[in-house]
Ligand binder design. Structure first.
Ligand code: HEC
Length: 136
């Protein structure tokens, strides 16, 4: 009899304690949420701004590829190569420094190349390189 009463007390204590635990946790949960909320939009806005800038740069680079007639010698599709190699997946094979040199001063890599130096601003060169990197 004694042990039965003891186990009832222990069970009741257990129920009480778990009820306390539950009472505490809902209070704690909104506190964490309200702490996170102010920072969340700032982070995702900063991230989407960076993504938007990168997309913008690639789009500008693609336009430069057209206006500077890179397409005259390079395909960016799987069509047969023209005078220069296809750049369809050049972003997967060449790293940024190599792309900068290729576009700025191709003769530094292949002295007798027919590829002309890119004439444009450093920002335009960056955009063209970003476009090349996006080709994968
Ligand atoms: C008159 C033709 C011609 C034009 C125009 C031209 N290229 Fe090239 N390009 C080449 C040739 C040819 C090569 C390969 C090197 C060689 O054999 O001389 C090359 C190589 C490259 C490479 C290295 C590719 C690799 O896989 O190694 C890149 C990148 C490149 N060109 C980008 C450009 C960009 C960007 C433009 C426009 C600003 C451009 N090219 C304009 C002819 C041209």
């Amino acid at each position: 009899m004694q042990s039965l009463r003891l186990s009832i007390i222990i069970t009741l204590l257990g129920i009480l304690l778990s009820a306390c635990g539950e009472a505490v946790s809902p209070k704690a949960a909104p506190k964490i949420n309200s702490n996170q909320k102010p920072t969340e939009p700032t982070t995702s806005k900063a991230q989407s701004d960076t993504v938007a800038e990168a997309v913008d740069s690639v789009a500008k680079g693609e336009k430069l590829f057209q206006s500077h007639r890179c397409w005259f010698c390079h395909n960016v599709t799987d069509a047969p190569p023209k005078l220069g190699p296809n750049l369809t997946r050049v972003g997967a094979t060449l790293k940024k420094p190599a792309l900068v040199t290729w576009i700025k001063n191709p003769k530094a890599i292949t002295p007798d190349t027919k590829m002309p130096d890119f004439v444009g601003t450093p920002a335009e060169l960056d955009q063209l390189v970003d476009y090349m990197i996006s080709l994968k």
